[in-house]
Each structure stands twice: as structure tokens, then as C-alpha cells.
Design a binder for this molecule. Structure first.
Ligand SMILES: Cc1ncc(C[n+]2csc(CCOP(=O)(O)OP(=O)(O)O)c2C)c(N)n1
Ligand SMILES: [Mg+2]
Length: 624
């Protein structure tokens, strides 16, 4: 048997460069690049291996480990999970900075390979710099914090253990049901240790991304349920996109007239002008979708996890006899809501349903009803998007309106947290299946800018917009430097409203009186009610190397957005919108979200909020 003598790190890099995915007859490189920040724990291992391996494994230099994972996740999502990035870190803080990004990847079912350095396996001089000592457990390191947020975790304490671990890592990354963050913790001495590797380990390897078909009995039961329904509603989740099932969904909805509501992850499953599209569902959704959801007798979930935002915290599906059919690639999600499970790839499942439902349509009056509702909601979107005049400061919804008139199907919009996800879910009109890139599984502030870099790397030539609130900008602006270094022409739109409009509004509604949510000076009475802070985020973005355009009025904004869209360098559009206490969001969705309110309090706001809470809770329902 021929062997190759390499260090563990060199072997891992050589292995990763030879992995491919294949789906629908198309092949993609699985690990297309490696992000890294070096320190002890990876500089002499993976770092040396990357430089020795050369450009066949491209290297991307990040500024913050969490942000590198966000960039990798943005890349994987925009690549339909068929390509991913690896992320290497030093031991200790470099490694634990990965935890948030890993949780985000796993919750959103998006593949990323994490390669944190780890403390010495041979333990020659404990403790080493940045080592956590656990007096009662010698085999624990800080990297164990990555276990619960990883779909696969392994620590490579011997070189030869890399072989099964690397294969397991690729299996999990390319399995559509289990993919997420995969962690191979690499003790720094093992990384540098040489070993004679079997040559076959470095052979080209193709991981076929499977499309399981539905079980016949499950399909029959689902079809019987649909044909018996009078008011069926499809809830399209992120699984529709992961499976590239949009065309199959389009065909099914067009043939049957079943309306399609979408979750945050599923939005864009149908173009906004498809006659069956009723927009976002749940707390941040449209009244069209939510009224249908309240009266639906059958809910057909496609690739959805049914989060509390989708179900209005278990209050939305109110028809007394409502039943569920769940098409999902995981049995775990397919069984939620006591549904008839249909465990399959979304595209396969929808195609089989389409065949079996030939001749079935929903009643004509039902279609007329939701078409009319849709038209009413559209008018409300148009009014939220339209400014009174060109000289005023834009509202946040009007910023989206300005983008709405500017963008084409190629543009990609990225957001994750604050008041924007709600505004976008209710108002945005997706023009292509992958335009709407809102991360709302973890809703992690700071995802936007790095994810825009990842998305732009996956979709070169397409305009990529990171929409960020001021709070979000302050949490994680560092990867602007990376965009400048790589000359990735992302467009960052900063919406300055001096604090947390979203959490301020939520705080007011739960009786917490906007406590701690505005960015204001401390006033003489000790509260944060002074003037807004004199921070200049536009100057900050410029200082990191971005071109910056300041928009004071609606007219400025339109011009700045058009200039940014055409720009070939990273460009920031900075605009002041409302302050958190004057915010005007989209029309109310008529769907609740459960945020527990103080059961006992002396202040009036909290007492009132609890009365309202108790009223809402009464509608909560467990589907059995
Ligand atoms: C990492 C992280 N920390 C905290 C939160 C909770 N949170 C959600 S929105 C928000 C405020 C966002 O502020 P900003 O970006 O200014 O948006 P705005 O609410 O003003 O629209 C906070 C703190 C979060 N989602 N992510
Ligand atoms: Mg803000």
C-alpha cells in the first residue's frame, strides 16, 4: 500500500481539497476555501499546511472568528448547501468565538467546517497559554462548548484518527437532513505530527446529496388529506430553498390554487407576483397569510420547523378541526404539530403530490377570497413604501421602498436582526428565489456584513446588500476590512435610529418601558434619556476603508442606493431614519408572539401588559 508522509494538518488540507458534492448531475467543490485567524494552536499546523498546499485551497483572512463563520454560512446558503467553507482558529478565545456562528449554522441547517486548535494531546506542559483547567476532568477543553452546537464533533488526539473523523465530517456536511456546523478540534501538537497516510485517503471523493422520495403509504395519506380539505394552506419553509424545490412548488400551487405562505427562511419560494403567493406567515407576516392560517382546515408544511414566529406562539392555527401534513426531510420536523408525516426531499415530495393531485383544485370562492386579501395587503405595502415627499428623512419602510424600485432579480438582500426582519417579511417583494436572505433561525446581530461577503463570493457579479441597524453595526463591523481587502463590492446600508427600535417596541409592549434600549446620554436623573449619542457610524465605516455615501433625504437616498448598486468597491449608504420611539413599521400582522410578562408588578405599564398577555395566552393551543 503506498503512503504519503505528511503532518496531520497537511493531510487534512490535502484531503479537503479533493472533496466534491454532486446533485442533479452537477458537481461542486465541497470545501472551496478556508477562513482563518492564526495564533498558537493553528499557526504552525494548519497555517503551515495551507501555505505548503498552495492556492488549490484558497485562504481568506478574517478579523473575528464569529464573523468568519457568518461569512462561511452566507456562502453555504447562497451555494444551496452544495459548497461550504472551512474556518480555522487558534486555541482558547479564537475557538470559543466560534460558538455563536456554529449555533447559527446548525439551527439554519447550513454546512460549515470548523477547525479550532486545541490544547496539546500529549500534555507536556499543562497549562499552556489560554488553556482551561478543569480539576475533575483532564480531557475537557474550552472546545467542548462546541459540542451542543455541532452536528458532528470530534477531537483528533492521534494522527490516524483523522481518517475516520474526516470522512464522518464530510458525510454530515453533505447530508441534507443533518447538515450544520461540523467541528474537528485539532490539538496543536497533533497538527504538526507526521504520519504515513494511505494514498487512497487523498483520492477524489464525491458525496452525492440525496433526494429521498416519499413513502407510498405516507404519500397516500397526505393526498387523501389534501383532497378532503376545503381551505388548505401551504407553509413554505427554508427546506424549499435547500432542495431547490421552488419550481415544483410553483407548479403545484398554480395547478391546485392552494395558497402559499412563507416563513422567514422560505420567503421567495414563490415570486411575489405568483397568484398563489400570500406572503409571510406568523408574527411578522401579512394579514392575508394569517387570516388564511386561522381558518385553514389543512396546513401543508414544506421544509419548515414551525418556530414560534410561524405559529404565532401556538395561537395561529385556530380552525377547530385543523390537521397538518408535513413534508420534511427529517422525521423530527415531519412529526411536529401531530402531522401526517411525509418524510422526503421537498422537491421530490412536491412532484409526487403534483402527480397524485391531478384534477384537484381548491374552491373558486376560496381563491377569490385570498386574491382580494392580497390586493388589500399590496396597497398597504405600497403606502408604507411611498414617501410623502422627496425632501423628508426616510422611514425605514421607505428605505425598503427605495430599494424595491431599484433592485432586479439578481440583487441579494441580507439581514438577521432588529426591526428589519419584521419589515422585510411583511413588505418585501422577492423577485427571485434566492434574493431574500434573512437569517431568522438564530436572528444573530452581526451576521449581515460577513454573510454579505460570503454570499458575494458564492454569487460573483450579483449586487449584495447588507441591511444593518445601528445597534447591529456596532456589534460587528469588523469584516468591512475583509471586504476592502478582498475588494468584494458589498453594499452596506446603515439605518441609524439611535438604538434598538425593535427591542424598544417589544419592551414597551411587555411593560418594561423601553428600559435600556435607546442609545442616549445618561441624564441627571440617572436614566438614559439624554440626547442621542454623537457617534458617527458613517465616519466609522469610512475609517475601515469603505466608500461612504450619506443620505439625508429620500432624494439623497435614491441617488446613493443607485450609486452603491453600480459601485465596484465596497460601499456604505448611511441614513438616519426614525428614532426608536417614533418608529413606523409595517401594518400589524394580527399574529401574536409570546414574550412572558411580569406576573406581579407595581408599575402600571407592566400591570396592563400582563392583562393583555393573559388574554393572548388563552388562545394558545396544542395540536395533538
Ligand atoms: C447577537 C445578538 N444579541 C442580542 C440580540 C437581541 N436583539 C435583537 S434586535 C436587537 C437590537 C437591534 O438594534 P438595531 O440593529 O439598531 O436595529 P433596530 O432594532 O433599531 O431596528 C437586539 C439587542 C440579537 N438578536 N443578537
Ligand atoms: Mg437601531
Amino acid at each position: 500500500m503506498s503512503t504519503r508522509r505528511l503532518t496531520t494538518a497537511q493531510a487534512l488540507v490535502a484531503f479537503l481539497a479533493r472533496q466534491y458534492t454532486e446533485r442533479d448531475g452537477q458537481r461542486h467543490r465541497l470545501i472551496n476555501a478556508t477562513w482563518g485567524i492564526f495564533g498558537h494552536g493553528n499557526v504552525a499546523g494548519i497555517g503551515q499546511a495551507l501555505v505548503e498546499h498552495g492556492p488549490d485551497m484558497p485562504f481568506l483572512q478574517g478579523r473575528n472568528e464569529q464573523a468568519m463563520v457568518h461569512a462561511a454560512v452566507g456562502y453555504a446558503r447562497q451555494s444551496n448547501r452544495l459548497s461550504a467553507h472551512a474556518v480555522t482558529t487558534s486555541i482558547g478565545p479564537g475557538a470559543t468565538n466560534l460558538v455563536t456562528g456554529a449555533a447559527l449554522a446548525t439551527i439554519n441547517h447550513l454546512p460549515v467546517l470548523l477547525l479550532p486548535g486545541d490544547t496539546f494531546a500529549t500534555r507536556p506542559a499543562d497549562p499552556v497559554l489560554q488553556q482551561l483547567e478543569v480539576p475533575h476532568a483532564g480531557d475537557v477543553s474550552v472546545n467542548d462548548t462546541l459540542r451542543p452546537v455541532s452536528r458532528y464533533f470530534d477531537r483528533i488526539t492521534r494522527p490516524e484518527a483523522l481518517v475516520p473523523a474526516a470522512l464522518a465530517a464530510m458525510r454530515v456536511l453533505t447530508d441534507p437532513a443533518t447538515t450544520g456546523a461540523v467541528t474537528l478540534a485539532l490539538p496543536q501538537d497533533v497538527q504538526a505530527e507526521a504520519h504515513d497516510w494511505p494514498e487512497e485517503f487523498f483520492a477524489e471523493r464525491v458525496w452525492r446529496v440525496r433526494r429521498p422520495r416519499p413513502d407510498t403509504a405516507e404519500l397516500d395519506a397526505a393526498v387523501r388529506a389534501v383532497t378532503a380539505a376545503e381551505r388548505p394552506l401551504i407553509v413554505a419553509g427554508g427546506g424549499v430553498h435547500h432542495s431547490r424545490a421552488e419550481a415544483a412548488l410553483h407548479a403545484l400551487a398554480a395547478a391546485t390554487g392552494i395558497p402559499v405562505a412563507s416563513t422567514q427562511a422560505g420567503k421567495g419560494a414563490l415570486r411575489h407576483d405568483h397568484p398563489a403567493d400570500v406572503g409571510g406567515i406568523g408574527h411578522t407576516g401579512t394579514t392575508t397569510a394569517n387570516r388564511l392560517a386561522r381558518t385553514a382546515d389543512l396546513v401543508i408544511g414544506v421544509g419548515t420547523r414551525y418556530t414560534d414566529f410561524t405559529t404565532a406562539s401556538a395561537t395561529l392555527f385556530a380552525h377547530p378541526g385543523v390537521r397538518f401534513v408535513n413534508l420534511n426531510i427529517t422525521g423530527f420536523d415531519a412529526h411536529k404539530m401531530a402531522a401526517l408525516p411525509l418524510v422526503a426531499d421537498a422537491r421530490e415530495g412536491l412532484e409526487h403530490l403534483f402527480e397524485a393531485l391531478q384534477g384537484y383544485t381548491v374552491p373558486a370562492h376560496y381563491q377569490i377570497e385570498y386574491h382580494e386579501e392580497r390586493t388589500r395587503w399590496e396597497a398597504r405595502v405600497t403606502s408604507a413604501f411611498t414617501p410623502a415627499g422627496d425632501d423628508a428623512r426616510p422611514t425605514q419602510a421607505q428605505v425598503l421602498g427605495a430599494l424595491d424600485t431599484l433592485v432586479g432579480g439578481d440583487d441579494i438582500l441580507i439581514n438577521a436582526a432588529g426591526s428589519l426582519p419584521g419589515d422585510l417579511h411583511g413588505l418585501w417583494r422577492p423577485r427571485s428565489h434566492d434574493q431574500y436572505h434573512v437569517e431568522y433561525g438564530y436572528s444573530c446581530m452581526g451576521y449581515e456584513i460577513p454573510a454579505a461577503i460570503g454570499a458575494a463570493l458564492a454569487a460573483p457579479g450579483r449586487p449584495v446588500w447588507a441591511l444593518v441597524g445601528d445597534g447591529t453595526y456596532l456589534m460587528n463591523p469588523t469584516e468591512i476590512v475583509t471586504a476592502v481587502q478582498e475588494n468584494v463590492p458589498i453594499k452596506v446600508v446603515v439605518l441609524q435610529n439611535h438604538g434598538y427600535a425593535s427591542i424598544g417596541g417589544l419592551s414597551a409592549s411587555v411593560g418594561a418601558e423601553r428600559f435600556g434600549t435607546a442609545y442616549r446620554h445618561r441624564a441627571p436623573d440617572g436614566t438614559y434619556t439624554g440626547d442621542p449619542l454623537p457617534v458617527d457610524l458613517a465616519a466609522n465605516a469610512a475609517s475601515l476603508g469603505m466608500r461612504v455615501l450619506r443620505a439625508h433625504t429620500v432624494r439623497d437616498l435614491r441617488e446613493a442606493l443607485a450609486e452603491a448598486r453600480a459601485a465596484t468597491v465596497p460601499t456604505c449608504v448611511y441614513t438616519e431614519t426614525e428614532t426608536p420611539d417614533t418608529v413606523s413599521g409595517p401594518p400589524a400582522s394580527e399574529a401574536w408572539w409570546d414574550v412572558p410578562v411580569a406576573e406581579t408588578a407595581t408599575r402600571t405599564a407592566a400591570v396592563r401588559a400582563r392583562e393583555e398577555y393573559d388574554r393572548q395566552v388563552a388562545a394558545r393551543r396544542r395540536h395533538l
